[in-house]
Write a protein that binds this ligand. Structure first.
Ligand code: PEP
Ligand code: MN
Length: 363
């Protein structure tokens, strides 16, 4: 994971992509020539989109669903490109898909979430890309496993693809949630920390699953300094053959893009730098104290563990744990912290404490 890869950031792939954020938009699926070209033109008229996306082969959970128009869609996409000047990108999942995309002059390939989850598929795709200079964007795997994502990036890089970007489209939710896929933001942030040159694009459409959340998620992604957005747009979303609930019209896309606040990640303003440094010093000091306190707590936990062992007392006493969690939540609430946060932190600490006492018991 720490190997520095010679990755080229998205802003250097094509001259049209030199400004941040890069905006990718287009329908979930190409459906007809008319739909594709009309959508491309309307999206191009916004003046803020650089890359046109369209699914040509669709990975569907059940075979009864629309599985894409196939190769003829690439011809429509080529026409859309000729008529608008937009760059194009298509999801590829098999070596055949790649061959067809290369034949029809698709500018950028993207790997879907289901494919990233399967190292065998990734290996097969890399085989046909040896010696080819084409950018590849890799969506996160369905499960929140950063190593699968890293693995796919490494596999493409190993065969010589260095125009690589990651697309964060959220992770399968195991709990009931209002979003279609959970954005575990810490995972793309960790990815960026490991590969500084790797551009991260957020796909708010697949995270949201519903139109109404797309704006908020896009703004959040930009505030987290992500390099671009991939947003699904369709001329008549309600009639779309795939992902109809999350697609927006080009008109809505324009309104949304106009409403986004684009902040810079660094400011040259002296006062800003000065005050942010001061705050960061405070945060550093508080974090150090938090960790010291945690270490002290763990020491006491260990001593209790020894005591329990010597007196043949079980590690877990449910009533004590209930008292702890309730009192900490109440205290947190008084200080303006959410129940969810305190609960999560206390559960983590408790889990670690039990593990430490377990080690003592079994020693
Ligand atoms: C898509 O972009 O339409 C798609 C199928 O996405 P994902 O691979 O993220 O599910
Ligand atoms: Mn889709």
């Amino acid at each position: 994971m720490e190997t520095p890869l010679n990755i080229i950031p998205i802003r250097k792939w094509f001259k049209q992509l030199s400004n941040k954020p890069v905006i990718i938009s287009g329908p979930c699926s190409a459906e007809t020539e008319k739909q594709l070209i009309e959508t491309a033109k309307a999206i191009n008229d916004i003046g803020k989109v650089q890359i046109f996306r369209a699914g040509i082969w669709k990975p569907r959970t059940r075979p009864v669903n629309f599985e894409g128009v196939g190769e003829k869609g690439l011809l429509w996409l080529k026409k859309a490109k000729e008529q608008t000047g937009l760059l194009t990108t298509v999801e590829v999942a098999t070596p055949k898909h790649i061959e067809k995309c290369l034949k029809f002059g698709v500018d950028i390939l993207w790997i879907g979430a289901r494919t990233t989850s399967n190292p065998f598929s990734i290996n097969e795709l890399t085989q046909v890309l040896k010696g080819v200079d084409i950018p590849v964007m890799i969506k996160n795997p369905i499960n929140p496993d950063i190593n699968l994502w890293v693995g796919a990036i490494e596999r493409f890089n190993k065969i010589g693809i260095n125009k690589l970007a990651a697309i964060h489209r959220g992770f399968f939710p195991f709990e009931l949630t209002s979003l279609r896929n959970i954005p575990k933001w810490e995972i793309p942030i960790e990815l960026k920390r490991n590969f500084h040159n790797l551009s991260i694009i957020c796909d708010p459409s697949h995270i949201a699953g519903k139109r109404k959340y797309i704006n908020e998620i896009s703004q959040k992604a930009l505030d987290l300094d992500m390099d671009g957005l991939m947003i699904e747009s369709h001329i008549s979303p309600d009639k779309a053959l795939t992902d109809s609930k999350q697609q927006i019209t080009p008109k809505e896309l324009k309104l949304m893009l106009d409403s986004l606040v684009i902040r810079t990640s660094n400011s040259d303003n002296f006062d800003f730098i000065n005050s942010i440094e001061k705050y960061r010093d405070q945060i550093d000091s508080i974090d150090t104290q938090l960790i010291e306190l945690l270490a002290q707590r763990m020491e006491i936990v260990k001593q209790i563990g020894v005591y329990k062992k010597n007196n043949d007392v079980t590690i877990l006493q449910l009533s004590r744990w209930e008292k702890i969690i309730n009192s900490r939540i109440n205290f947190g609430l008084k200080l303006g912290l959410s129940e969810k946060l305190i609960k999560k932190i206390m559960q983590l600490i408790h889990k670690e404490s039990i593990q430490k006492q377990n080690e003592i018991m079994n020693n």
